[in-house]
Design a protein around this ligand. Structure first.
Ligand SMILES: [Zn+2]
Length: 287
C-alpha cells in the first residue's frame, strides 16, 4: 500500500473525472491521498472532498505564492476548519521567492516605472522595497501557520522554492515543537541531512523519474527509507512516461518504483517504510 501525501484534487483539472482518478489510485494500491489546500477557499474544498471520499484526507493552509491575495486574517478560519476530523496537517505553507514582484512586472510597466522615476537607482530601490514587503508577508503567514500547527498539535507541509536559507532559519526556531515535511524536495544531500537533523522529513515527486532528475534521484536513494514520503503533487509533475500530461495519485507507485530502483531496494520496501512514516506524520483517525 502507498500514500500519496501531496495532491491537489480540488484543482479544476480533476473536476470532470475525479471518481475515475480515485478508482485508478485504488487499483494502484494508493490507499490514502492527502489533498492539499493552497488558499482558504482551496482548503475548504479539500475538506469537502475528504468528507465525501473515504480515501481522501485534507491538509489546510495558504501557499506562499498566494499571500498577496490572502485575507488579512487566515488563522481564525484555518483554526475553525482544523476542527474537522478529516484534517491531518497544516499546509502547504512556506516561502517561495521564485517569482518576486520585481520580476513579475511586464515590459510596459517597467518602461512606465522608468519614466516615472528619475533614475534606475530609484527603480531598483523601489523594486527592493516591494520584494522585501512581499517576502516579509510570506514569512509572517508562514510563522502564523507554524504557530497554529503548534497550538493544534498538527504537523506541517512545507513548500520552499528559491528561499532555502530563510525557510531553514524560520523552521529552526520551531525545532521540537512541530514536525515538517519539505515537499517536492529538490535540494542536495547536505540540505536533506540538515532537514533530517532537525527531525523533519522530505518527500519526492515524479521528478525522480525525469532524465534530468538524476541528482534528486541520487539524494532520494541515499536518505534512510523511513525519512521519505511519496507524493505526486498532481496535477503537476507527472512522472515518466507521462511527463507533461496531467498527473494523478495512481502515479505515486511510479515515484516509489523509481526511488527503489535508484537505491537498489524493492518497491514493496519503499511502500512499507514510506507508508509507516506517513501514518506517523499525518494525524489520520482523529476523533
Ligand atoms: Zn502542492
Amino acid at each position: 500500500m502507498l500514500i500519496d501525501t501531496h495532491a491537489h484534487l480540488d484543482f479544476p483539472d480533476f473536476a470532470s473525472d475525479l471518481e475515475d482518478v480515485l478508482r485508478r489510485a485504488e487499483e494502484a494500491d494508493v490507499k490514502r491521498i492527502i489533498t492539499i489546500g493552497t488558499s482558504l477557499e482551496s482548503s475548504r474544498r479539500a475538506i469537502e472532498l475528504a468528507e465525501k471520499y473515504p480515501s481522501v484526507y485534507a491538509a489546510i493552509g495558504v501557499h506562499p505564492s498566494y499571500v498577496l491575495e490572502a485575507e488579512d486574517d487566515v488563522i481564525t478560519p484555518l483554526r475553525e476548519l482544523a476542527q474537522n476530523s478529516r484534517v491531518v496537517a497544516i499546509g502547504e505553507t512556506g516561502l517561495d521567492y521564485h517569482r518576486l514582484p520585481s520580476e513579475k512586472v511586464s515590459k510596459e510597466e517597467q518602461v512606465q516605472v522608468m519614466t516615472a522615476l528619475r533614475s534606475e537607482t530609484d527603480e531598483e530601490i523601489e523594486a527592493q522595497i516591494r520584494d522585501g514587503a512581499y517576502k516579509s508577508k510570506q514569512a509572517s503567514l508562514f510563522q502564523q501557520q507554524l504557530d497554529l500547527a503548534v497550538e493544534l498539535g498538527l504537523n506541517v507541509v512545507i513548500h520552499q522554492r528559491d528561499a532555502w536559507l530563510d525557510t531553514l532559519e524560520i523552521i529552526r526556531s520551531y525545532t521540537g515543537k512541530v514536525r515538517a515535511v519539505f515537499h517536492c524536495f529538490g535540494g542536495s544531500l547536505d540540505e536533506a541531512n540538515e532537514v533530517l537533523a532537525l527531525d523533519h522529513l522530505v518527500s519526492f515527486t515524479g521528478i525522480v523519474t525525469f532524465k534530468n532528475g538524476a541528482a534528486v534521484r541520487q539524494v532520494a536513494a541515499e536518505i534512510p527509507l523511513w525519512k521519505i514520503m511519496i507524493e505526486t503533487d498532481c496535477p503537476y509533475l507527472a512522472p515518466e512516461p507521462f511527463r507533461g500530461k496531467r498527473c494523478e495519485p495512481a502515479y505515486a507507485r511510479i515515484v516509489a518504483e523509481a526511488i527503489g530502483a535508484a537505491g537498489g531496494v524493492s518497491v514493496e520496501e519503499i511502500a512499507e517504510a514510506s507508508t509507516e512514516t506517513a501514518e506517523q506524520f499525518f494525524r489520520f483517525n482523529r476523533i
